[in-house]
Design a binder for this molecule. Sequence first.
Ligand code: ATP
Ligand code: MG
Length: 473
Amino acid sequence: MPRTAIYCNQRAASPRKDSDRLNLESGNDIAPTLRIIPRDQHIISRKNISKAALRVLYRLNEAGYAAYLVGGAVRDLLLGLQPKDFDVATSATPDEVKKLFRNCRLIGRRFRLAHVVFGPEIIEVATFRGLGEEGGEGDRHIVDGRIVRDNIWGTIEEDAIRRDFRVNAMYYDISDFSVRDYVGGMKDLQDRVLRLIGDPDIRYHEDPVRMLRAARLAAKLDMSIEAAAMAPFEALGPLLADAAPARLFDESLKMFLSGNGLKSFRMLEQSGLLKFLFPATARALKRGDEALRSLVEHGLENTDARIAEGKSVTPAFLFAVLLWGEVRDVAHHWIARGQESTEAWARASAQVVGEQCQRVAIPRRFTFTMEEIWSLQPRFEQIQRKRVFRLMTHPRFRAAFDFLLLRADESPAMRELGLWWAHAQQLPQEVLAAALPAGGGSAASDHIAAPVAGRPPRPRRRRRKPGDKSGSV
Ligand code: ATP
Ligand code: MG
């Protein structure tokens, strides 16, 4: 396919015929066919659009620029969902946008954008992205088929076909409240299927994260992914290794901490993408460990439920859940080779976190908490007065205890241990203290009576290595 530059650099002033065929320089060949859906034939109402987004749209429009609500917001509104953010596409360049809004800052190098800030709400305003040759007047940079910078302005038609999925390429026009559908997004919404715009092979090479977006959006929207868009996952999944780990962290949060974590996880696993993003998790699950699957699924389910109730969630807990199987197995591996338990856990945590962070850059403040949650697990088995109280006052006790409860399916003893700690927390301090042995060997997890029953947990006899301060799990 010859490389055809259509508009470079400048915002296209000349109107294009909608039926014009557009060739992406990468070889994509799409013919956008505009369908205008008037206000009385769709359900988008201004009362469901954020006030801030409406102000941005109106101001741009009054200043003579084209301005549309675009992307996920239009898609979600058409599905009757409340969008999580409102993005605007415009013919104004970022500098022109900045001149119009005092509360505007320009961001990004790869993709220059304007952020218009209204208190906690940010409206992202993007200038129509165009086509054009790399090295031309505009600022686009492609390495091995991958778009690493894209700042060439263009027309709305060009902007539409550069988007990822057809359902994401619809524009709500503030001037007449119609929806402009350039590539058949409306039909896909009706069919409940995600179809990529253009050739999947090329589009995934340009940006491998689009594979993850497919899985995430399919889960969020309850849609299927068209077979042609899913087919290259296995062959092109390894391209995710070249994606920026910080971006994969953001994408992971969107997948797991947006209220559809469990569905996203299942979709990642079914589609075969999990192993490219969380190799250790995929490996551990592949070993057929049902207790681990239950832990991961319950962990994600609880997270979804917390989000639905408006409660806070921490990425640290979630990543601790996802990587637990591998950390536990590696720690056991070192313990079986005679390493002292605390050291074995520390070593296992460092190894697993280190490997994972090469793919997904989990910030240090979260990995630190994950390591704490893991390292506190063996300490739940030590039911002696001092240790119990010390553990209960640990700043990470709550998270570590919630984690312990997720491990209930590992064994009946683990379930009982969870129950014991749940009861213990409800007792007045003196009653609990009286029910606990003062010291001696570490206590059992397999013969634990709830302290409410008044019977102290019976110490378990276990072999200890000299200097072994914490039990193993
Ligand atoms: P949600 O906000 O619900 O997570 P979204 O589709 O709105 O989903 P955003 O990241 O907000 O996702 O992106 C806004 C729009 O930008 C998308 O709808 C799509 O049109 C476009 N877009 C985002 N990421 C890409 C990409 N990697 N390739 C092409 N287009 C993209
Ligand atoms: Mg969005």
